[in-house]
Design a protein around this ligand. Sequence first.
Ligand code: ARG
Length: 405
Amino acid sequence: MAKDIAVLAYSGGLDSTISIDWIKENYGYEVITLTVDLGGGQFSDDLESRAKKAGALDCVILDVKNEFVKDFILPSLKAGVIYENNYLLATSIGRPLMAKKLVEVAYKYNARAVAHGCTGKGNDQVRFDTAIKTLSANEPLEIIAPAREASLTRDQEKEYAEKLGIKLPGVEERVYSIDRNLWGLAIEGEDLEDPWVEPPEDAYLITKNLEDTPNDPAYIEIGFKEGMPNKLNGETMDFLEIIEKLNLIAGDHGVGRVVHVENRLVGIKSREVYEAPGATVIHNAFQSLEKLVLNRDQSRMKNMISSNYSDLVYDGRWFSGLRENLDAYCKSSCRYMTGEVRIKLYKSKCDVVGAKSPYSLYSYDLATYSNDDKFKHDSAEGFIDIYSLPSRIQRKQQIHDELTD
Ligand code: ARG
């Protein structure tokens, strides 16, 4: 028999801290908090004491950075995911891993329920709930979402915290709703909610304002092995470390800021800003290498896969058969994705200035207009003669007057 325990996803912020008491009051369950470290920032030192003071029975903190990189960031890089041409999906790939850990910890403690702090109008509730329901299909867990169920405003939350005698640093001045991990940040709320208002500078946390960026460019070189970044500036390095380093270097040059009005799964449009300096550089480098090693048919198909994969991830269907199928395609498409890419970072721009691969399909002898040219020019006439045959026949038989009409 499961115990009356709920495992709550815990960030240490206002919403999740008052959720501890709210669950105890409204469900009569004990609460174990679970903090999942996906990288990109530090949790406050007093996380555990804060949770316990708010009434938690126990506090679990898991460092899952390596799993995040290997099983979530890498597949989404290989798939080239980017939602509506702008958003590199850092939050969307983080949620399924958090959900997975909630389920694992709930089973470990024989808990009856899991809980998260999502509201009823965002995408994250869909990602959490869908992943939790899928992963616990054989042994279902109850899902509690205090913010969705109680729909407290921020002021009501503050009153609630005051009543409980919980003092959280930064609650008064904190204005934006921020989700942060190794792959990037999503920032919502306040002035950002008006699409006519330019996002204020204080909305950005890890990328420099253009005016403050260095006056000299930075050149960096990223090495890939079968699609996985494995070198930075000639030095062999873990993918995790490459991301961390690039977040700092590219952030310093103001790279990776995006202002986006996006279509949420729940039907509304939202306006938010994203910062993903490292991810932006790595995606650009990856795509440039693809241009060398994939042929035209392969790259057209890859675009279709990327678009499907992006919607699937955004819509919370990470744990699905389709994703596994698409991963198999991307793995195969990365077979020759080995090589190096040179990038110039300058004044918020990230330009690929060079790329090479032992498997490159680019042939200088065929492309050059110099004396080294080996292209068979005389074959072109015959090729075009047959290539244009269907349109010539159609022109003669059917199409006569489209120019005069
Ligand atoms: N709109 C993005 C998404 O659905 C980011 C949501 C981030 N959440 C937040 N609390 N800022 O993936």
